[in-house]
Write a protein that binds this ligand. Structure first.
Ligand code: ZN
Length: 371
């Protein structure tokens, strides 16, 4: 039974809201781009380099996890390199069954060889466009938007927010802040959230990954975040009891913030494998990762990869682990996919088209083929 479902997963239409461009490179591409610019790497073949990324990211510390990005970012400093990485990301996601994705990355980290901020965004967009065309020629239809990220500790938030808004009709669909969460809260630059709101510009904020509920509170109240990157530490505002009540609902008591997040159905961009690596959760396996409990409590849970290279993961892998370790059914997979589609940074009519024309027929086709 479980195996039958696992076999269906690759063909299911998937929606991915939280995937870092600089965390999803192919190891072989890192090698080739590093050779072009003379960047020294900790390994010299794709297999051992891929393993190095996973093992370094697996240390349980968010700080060490973030260090692995020094290498990927170092090889993404030219327009050609940015376009190549973006193109390959689109192709790899399309091959994974992803039909809608948002790719996030921080333009300010790609200026070391003379590119301007707008040039970096345009280079990534060129790669995305090329990847979409190439995927379509293979019969894989995918839509991809850019999320422009500001690094929390470098204080260029306003400039980056304006960069994102300036490219809103040329591929950029939203704004994000990333990097060290603890100590660099949204209140550090309170004015940008007002600016983004006045621009009617969608925002997601990494929160509840390396810091607790207070960080989530700032993200949703001060940052007016439409979605939360990870958000798994919202469980610290929930008291879980054993078992389920008479209606089959999991027994738990929510604090005020947890209620707020659930009442407003603010999407949580959860990435189980990544969360286990960075210690965002005390869980030791996908089986006891809080994503399942949060979903049972009707939070707006979405499933994500975060960093495919560092976590050696894919949407198919994340779904497979949830099925085999946490008992998820095909309805659970459809559920997080639909939640992600309805939380995507595009207009409501476009979300509806994605749901009605792509995801639901895709599920029907896959389930029909099984019978
Ligand atoms: Zn992230």
């Amino acid at each position: 039974m479980t195996q039958a479902l696992v076999d269906l997963i690759p063909a299911l239409p998937k929606v991915l809201l939280h995937d870092h461009l600089d965390g999803g490179l192919r190891p072989q591409t890192v090698l080739e781009l590093a050779a072009e610019v003379g960047h020294e790497l900790p390994a010299s073949d794709a297999e051992s380099l891929g393993t190095w990324f996973v093992e370094s990211a697996d240390s349980g510390s968010l700080v060490r996890y973030l260090e692995t990005f020094d290498h990927t970012i170092a090889v993404m400093q030219t327009a050609d390199a940015l376009a190549r990485v973006a193109r390959e990301a689109v192709l790899d996601l399309a091959a994974d069954g992803v039909v809608y994705a948002e790719q996030r990355w921080a333009p300010e980290q790609h200026l070391a060889r003379g590119l301007t901020l707008p040039e970096t965004v345009e280079a990534v967009q060129a790669g995305i466009d090329e990847g979409i065309r190439e995927a379509a020629s293979r019969g894989q239809i995918i839509r991809v938007g850019q999320l422009v990220t500001a690094m929390r500790h470098t204080d260029r938030w306003q400039e980056i927010a304006e960069l994102a808004v300036a490219h809103r009709d040329r591929g950029v669909v939203g704004f994000d802040i990333a990097g060290p969460e603890d100590g660099f809260p949204p209140s550090r630059h309170v004015e940008i959230w007002r600016y983004l709101a006045e621009q009617d510009f969608p925002t997601t904020i990494h929160a509840g990954e390396a810091a607790g509920p207070a960080s989530i509170a700032e993200a949703v109240h001060l940052g007016q975040a439409d979605r939360i990157g990870h958000g798994v530490r919202i469980v610290e505002d929930i008291t879980f009891h054993e078992g389920f009540d008479d209606d089959g609902e999991r027994r738990a008591e929510l604090g005020r913030l947890a209620h707020w997040v659930r009442d407003h159905q603010i999407a949580l961009e959860v990435a189980p494998v990544s969360n286990l690596q960075t210690g965002a959760t005390s869980a030791t396996s996908v089986g006891d990762h809080p994503i399942t409990r949060l979903k049972e409590l009707d939070f707006a849970v979405t499933l994500n990869t975060d960093n495919r290279l560092m976590s050696r993961t894919s949407m198919t892998n994340e779904m497979t682990l949830l099925v085999t370790e946490a008992g998820w059914t095909i309805d659970d997979l459809a559920d997080v996919t639909l939640t992600a589609a309805w939380s995507a940074f595009m207009h409501h009519d476009e979300r509806r088209a994605l749901v009605d024309d792509v995801i639901l027929p895709g599920y029907q086709q896959v389930e029909g083929a099984q019978r």
